[in-house]
Design a protein around this ligand. Structure first.
Ligand code: GLU
Length: 430
């Protein structure tokens, strides 16, 4: 095929004054271009989401007034299969953010070899400011509004920041009522009683641990005995902390939305998890000394795990970090400029699209189990998760060595090769 010049226009709906985090995603895509050979002809397809749905989510509040909230579902790419990715409830959700998160799902699913495209959703609310009944109404109305684009073979949402298995239960019920039959495969991360999968809740944290362990093996930094610092103590950071501990590491500092604590002897993670379950955050937990945000980012450790939101590892923080390995539990925690600084400082970064892929991998298992109505044991799930993560890690590591690029760029190379080969083989309609 003759390679012709490409012609494309910019995305008029982007706010150029606030380009992040989509700009970071685009920068990461640009860094892959030189490694794709003729497939780079198709790369522009990843720089624009395939489909964006923005919805108004109106509900009657408990006090009788009417609230309106902004909701999104972005299907970034569907070349390799149905859309897949979580739904975020957070006050800072924007279209730009959901686009980036959807793009990272495309790369993550392809890098792991899961038969999905990439998608993400969100509603711009602070879930802590709503009653349970209000959250149910928001979730149901949002699900109903995006019902035209989701479905077990179209696009399958899951939990993300601010949502959980209860949210997924309401989404599954709403979608099922609207289509007139129980469609358990429309979302993953559901309660076990509704077709959820054993091991799904802890899968992201387990995957973070597996990624850290594999990195440590290759760098001669065993997890057993290592000091770990974790930003975010929710479903990712909290569970990763527990599994690190079970494998002999000690968490010496934790940070959540309300502050940071440190304990050089190792924080008692089960006690911290019990405290958070009872009080909603680490605030008031006696098992560590309160430290400043500045000190938190300069703790001496072997593994640093950002497991909160994107854009947290800035260039300034990257210059100060005192760790050997960064394992990205969050999506998009490191900006491209900070990535370069970590690289110069010989700090190894295991990128989000590999390190936090355990969640969507077990989501894939859940979706398969729902389709076949045949459920696997927890041992089977954990063994299959382990095998997929270890294989993906090895392939990405090898690519990084061959091409002399970062682990992130290697993961993007493998993912983009898969997505763009599918794009090329399918061809363009019409
Ligand atoms: N929200 C998670 C992620 O960012 C899980 C997505 C899923 O299971 O579909 O990977």
């Amino acid at each position: 095929m003759t390679i012709m010049a490409n012609h494309h226009s910019s995305l008029s709906y982007l706010d150029t004054a606030r380009p992040e985090p989509w700009a970071s995603f685009i920068e990461q895509i640009d860094r892959v271009a030189p490694h794709l050979g003729p497939l780079s002809h198709w790369l522009e397809t990843l720089k624009r989401p395939k489909r964006i749905l923005m919805v108004d989510v109106p509900i009657i509040r408990d006090d009788g007034t009417i609230g309106h909230y902004e909701g999104y579902r972005v299907q970034h790419n569907l070349s390799r299969g149905p859309g897949k990715g979580g739904v975020r409830f957070h006050p800072a959700v924007t279209l730009n953010e959901v686009m980036a998160l959807a793009g990272w799902m495309t790369v993550k699913n392809a890098a792991l070899g899961l038969p999905f495209g990439g998608a993400k959703g969100g509603v711009r609310i602070d879930p802590r400011r709503f009653s349970r009944a209000e959250l149910e109404r928001i979730t149901r109305r949002y699900t109903s509004e995006i019902g035209i684009v989701i479905g077990p073979d179209k696009d399958i949402p899951a939990p993300d920041v601010g949502t959980n298995e209860q949210t997924m239960a309401w989404m599954m019920d709403t979608y099922s009522v609207n289509v007139g039959h129980t469609a358990s495969g429309v979302v993953t991360g559901k309660p076990i009683a509704l077709g959820g999968s054993l091991g799904r809740q802890e899968a992201t944290g387990r995957g973070v641990y597996i990624a850290a362990r594999e990195a440590g093996l290759r760098r001669g930094i065993p997890v057993a005995g290592a000091r770990v610092v974790i930003q975010g103590f929710g479903n990712v950071g909290g569970i990763a902390a527990r599994i690190f501990r079970e494998n002999g590491a000690k968490a010496i500092a934790l940070q959540d939305a309300d502050g940071a604590i440190a304990n050089p002897a190792g924080i008692d993670i089960p006690a911290a998890l019990t405290h958070v379950a009872a009080h909603g955050s680490l605030a008031g937990f006696a098992g560590g000394e309160a430290i400043s945000g500045e000190d938190f980012w300069q703790m001496d450790c072997e593994y640093f795990v950002p497991a909160a939101l994107e854009g947290q590892v800035t260039p300034a923080r990257a210059r100060n970090l005192r760790t050997k390995i960064v394992v990205e539990g969050a999506n998009g925690p490191t900006t491209p400029a900070a990535d370069d600084i970590l690289h110069e400082r010989n700090i190894l970064v295991i990128p989000d699209v590999l390190a936090n892929a355990g969640g969507v991998t077990v989501s894939y298992f859940e979706w398969v189990q729902d389709f076949s109505s045949f459920f696997w044991s927890e041992e089977e799930i954990n063994a299959r998760l382990e095998s997929i993560m270890v294989k993906a890690f090895a392939a990405i590591w090898q690519m990084a060595e061959e091409r002399q690029v970062s682990i992130r760029t290697a993961a993007f190379i493998i993912a983009c090769q898969r997505v763009l080969a599918a794009r090329e083989q399918r061809g363009l309609y019409p």
